[in-house]
Design a protein around this ligand. Structure first.
Ligand code: NAP
Length: 266
């Protein structure tokens, strides 16, 4: 299927590895020019170079090594040489998730950091780009959130809280006047994907249940109807479809990618 987005410009946060990388790769393979953001320059530059090889130089790929959750980082993104300024057609909001823990230990600073990273940063990125998209008559915004928005995970309270705030905002913003101007905003909710993020959260969960990390991994996989963790490539393919011309009539949705783990009918 031709997704009809070749030649467009995408901004993808958290794109040096994991789910953001999966989205950047899937879009680039569809002919989309991509600005890829992550803080660590070394891993990011390698990911950009590898993708340049894979796409045979057919698209423009630009790495920006900044913290996307800061104003200075976002300024650097809008001003990067060779980029489209704020005139993106596609924006995939994503950065690292907050750390796991016990809610009794989280002070105001921990909460502000989580809200900044997982709620206010996506909102700032949307604010900066959405009116230009509407004026040009095409726009796709995908927020990578979490299945924890639908089925909260106790040790990920910072994530549950901050992402639920974003979800409420998107429900309203996606249905505003931009909806009739070809702009869609959807949230893509990962369940369990085999990335560094899951490798970082597993030890806390294992410790809480008195298991080894390997035992915890096996328990989690057995609880997923698909019987396995997902991989970034299949996550990226769903993201690319949501960014396609074919998904024009889908907006304000929370799309789960979790191997069937969420047990509800809706
Ligand atoms: P990951 O493999 O750890 O990758 C995170 C990416 O984001 C890296 O490229 C990282 O690079 C970048 N990043 C982190 N903080 C950043 C910042 N402040 N500014 C710019 N880039 C930043 O994580 P992932 O599994 O892909 O997870 C992506 C998101 O999905 C996270 O918010 C995570 O909580 C959420 N999620 C993941 C799963 C899962 O199963 N994997 C499930 C539910 C939700 P640098 O560190 O170099 O910046």
């Amino acid at each position: 299927m031709d997704l009809g987005i070749a030649g467009k410009w995408a901004l993808v946060g958290g794109a040096s590895k994991g789910l953001g990388w999966g989205c950047a790769r899937a879009l680039a393979l569809e002919g989309v020019n991509v600005v890829m953001v992550a803080r660590g320059a070394e891993v990011l530059n390698k990911s950009v170079d590898d993708l340049r090889m894979e796409t045979g130089g057919k698209v423009q790929l630009i790495g920006v090594a900044v913290d996307i959750t800061t104003e200075a980082g976002r300024e650097a993104i809008w001003n990067v040489a060779g980029g489209p300024g704020k005139d993106y057609d596609i924006v995939v909001t994503n950065a690292g998730g907050p750390p796991p823990g016990d809610f009794r230990d989280w002070n105001r600073e921990a909460w502000i950091k989580a809200i900044d990273g997982n709620m206010l940063t996506p909102i700032e990125l949307i604010k900066a780009t959405v009116d230009g998209m509407a004026a040009r008559g095409f726009g796709r915004i995908i927020n990578i959130t979490s299945s924890a928005v639908k089925a909260p995970i106790d040790v990920l309270g910072l994530s549950n809280g901050a992402r639920s705030g974003l979800t409420g905002f998107v429900a309203g913003a996606s249905r505003s006047a931009i909806a009739a101007k070809g702009v869609t905003i959807n949230n893509l909710l990962p369940g369990k994907f085999d990335t560094d993020r899951i490798r970082a959260t597993l030890p806390a969960m294992a410790q809480k249940q008195g298991k080894t990390v390997e035992e915890m991994r096996a328990i989690q996989q057995a609880q997923i109807p698909a019987g396995r963790y997902g991989n970034p490539q299949e996550f990226g393919a769903i993201c690319a479809f949501l960014c396609s011309q074919h998904a024009a009539y889908m907006t304000g949705q929370n799309v789960l990618a979790d191997g069937g783990a969420y047990p509800g009918s809706f």
